[in-house]
Design a protein around this ligand. Structure first.
Ligand SMILES: Cc1ncc(COP(=O)(O)O)c(C=O)c1O
Length: 360
C-alpha cells in the first residue's frame, strides 16, 4: 500500500531520550521547558520575531480571530481545508468567499476587492500547498479598506517571500504541526505575529486568560500544548533538512517523469522557493482525474482530491455560492503521494500508471 501521506517518525531512541527528562521532571504540560525550548528553536529556524506553540492549527486560527476582535464578514478562500472556513463560523463571523487565481490557486486579490462590504472586518487567506499568496496586493487592499489580515499558513512551514518568513506577513499567521504536515509535533500549531501587544494577548488567551494563579487578564481557552508533543517537535526539527531534501528529490522525480501528463502544476510565487509540502496536479479534465484515481486505487495507491469539494457550495451551515475558478479547479486537482519514506521506485510506478491511463 502506498498512502497519500505518512508521518515522519524520528528514531525512537531520540524521542525516548526526551521522555526520560519529562519523567524526571514530572512536568507534562502548562508551558514546560520542552515547549519553551521548541518555541525558541522554531523562532530561530523560521526567522520570526514572536511565535506561540499551541494545541493545533485550528485553535490557532480561532485564537487569531478572537484576539483581533473580528466581527461581521471575513473574506476567505473556498479552496482550503475545512478549518479555514469553519473557524470563522465558530467565532460567530460570516465567511464571504472570494474566487481563486487560476494559475496559483490562491485567493484572487481582485475577487477580494469585489467582496468587500461595510461589514467586512478581515481577510483570511490560505497559502495553498505552501505557495505564498500575493501578500503585497493583499496588504495594499487591507490598508486601503482598513481590514485585518490573517494568513492560514498550515502548509507553509519554512516558506519565505523575498527572504522573509511568509509568517511575518499580515497581522497574524498560523501554522499546523499536525502529523501529516511536512514538519510536525504529532498534534500542534503555531501562531506568529510581529505585534508584541497582540502576542501578549494571545499568550494569555492560550492559558485560559490566567494572569498569575488567581487573576485573569483576558477571555481565554486551553490552547496550550504538551511536553510530549514538544518533544516530538524538537526531535523532528533536527531532521528538517533531511525531510526537505527528500521531499525535493521526490517532487523533482515527479516533475521529470510526468512531463507528458495532461495536467498542469500550480504556478509558484516568483519570489519564493517551494517547501514541497504537497505534490498537486490539475488534470485536463475531471474524467481523466477520476480514471487516474481509480487506476491508482486498483494498485493500492492512495491519492487525495485535496481540496475537493469547494467549501463555497457544500457546507450544510452556509448558503451555497458558485465561483467559477474554484468550482472548475477543485474538480480536477489531485495530490499525489509525498512523504519522507516514499521511494523513487514507488514514484516511478505511480508515474507509469498515470501515463498509462491517459494513453489508453
Ligand atoms: C489549510 C489548513 N488549515 C488549517 C488546518 C488545521 O490544522 P490542524 O489539523 O492542526 O488543526 C489544516 C490541517 O490540515 C489545513 O490544511
Amino acid at each position: 500500500m502506498i498512502p497519500v501521506t505518512k508521518p515522519f517518525l524520528p528514531p525512537l531512541a531520540e524521542y525516548n531520550a526526551y521522555l526520560e527528562g519529562v519523567w524526571q521532571r514530572q512536568w507534562l504540560t502548562n508551558m514546560g521547558p520542552l515547549a519553551s525550548d521548541l518555541e525558541m528553536k522554531l523562532k530561530q529556524h523560521l526567522g520570526v520575531s514572536h511565535l506561540l506553540f499551541v494545541t493545533n492549527g485550528t485553535v490557532a486560527l480561532q485564537m487569531a480571530i478572537k484576539a483581533l476582535n473580528l466581527t461581521g464578514e471575513i473574506i476567505t478562500t473556498p479552496f482550503s481545508f475545512i478549518a479555514t472556513t469553519s473557524c470563522i463560523v465558530w467565532e460567530n463571523c460570516t465567511p464571504v468567499f472570494a474566487d481563486i487565481n487560476r494559475d496559483n490557486l490562491n485567493i484572487d486579490p481582485a475577487s477580494i476587492e469585489k467582496a468587500i462590504t461595510d461589514k467586512t472586518s478581515a481577510i483570511l487567506a490560505t497559502h495553498v500547498y505552501g505557495n505564498p499568496c500575493d501578500v503585497e496586493k493583499i496588504e495594499a487592499i487591507a490598508k486601503k479598506h482598513n481590514l485585518k489580515v490573517i494568513y492560514d499558513g498550515a502548509h507553509a512551514f519554512g516558506v519565505k517571500v523575498k527572504g522573509k518568513s511568509v509568517f511575518e506577513y499580515g497581522d497574524v499567521s498560523t501554522c499546523s504541526l499536525h502529523a501529516t504536515k511536512l514538519y510536525h509535533s504529532g498534534e500542534g500549531g503555531l501562531i506568529v505575529t510581529k505585534d508584541p501587544q497582540l502576542l501578549k494577548k494571545l499568550a494569555y488567551m492560550r492559558n485560559f486568560g490566567f494572569n498569575g494563579p488567581e487573576a485573569f487578564a483576558e477571555l481565554g481557552i486551553n490552547g496550550k500544548n504538551s511536553e510530549l508533543h514538544a518533544a516530538m517537535g524538537l526531535v523532528n526539527l533536527k531532521y528538517i533538512e533531511a525531510i526537505h531534501n527528500k521531499r525535493k528529490e521526490i517532487s523533482e522525480r515527479y516533475d521529470e517523469k510526468l512531463k507528458g501528463l495532461k495536467a498542469v502544476r500550480p504556478k509558484w510565487h516568483k519570489d519564493s522557493a517551494q517547501n514541497y509540502a504537497y505534490y498537486p496536479v490539475v488534470f485536463e479534465s475531471e474524467e481523466l482525474l477520476l480514471k487516474s484515481v481509480q487506476k491508482l486505487a486498483g494498485n493500492n495507491i492512495g491519492a487525495r482530491r485535496y481540496f475537493y469539494p469547494s467549501l463555497a457550495n457544500t457546507l450544510p451551515y452556509l448558503n451555497p455560492v458558485e465561483l467559477e475558478v474554484t468550482d472548475t479547479i477543485s474538480k480536477k486537482v489531485l495530490c499525489l503521494p509525498l512523504y519522507y519514506d516514499l521511494s523513487l521506485e514507488e514514484v516511478d510506478l505511480i508515474c507509469r500508471l498515470l501515463l498509462r491511463v491517459q494513453n489508453n
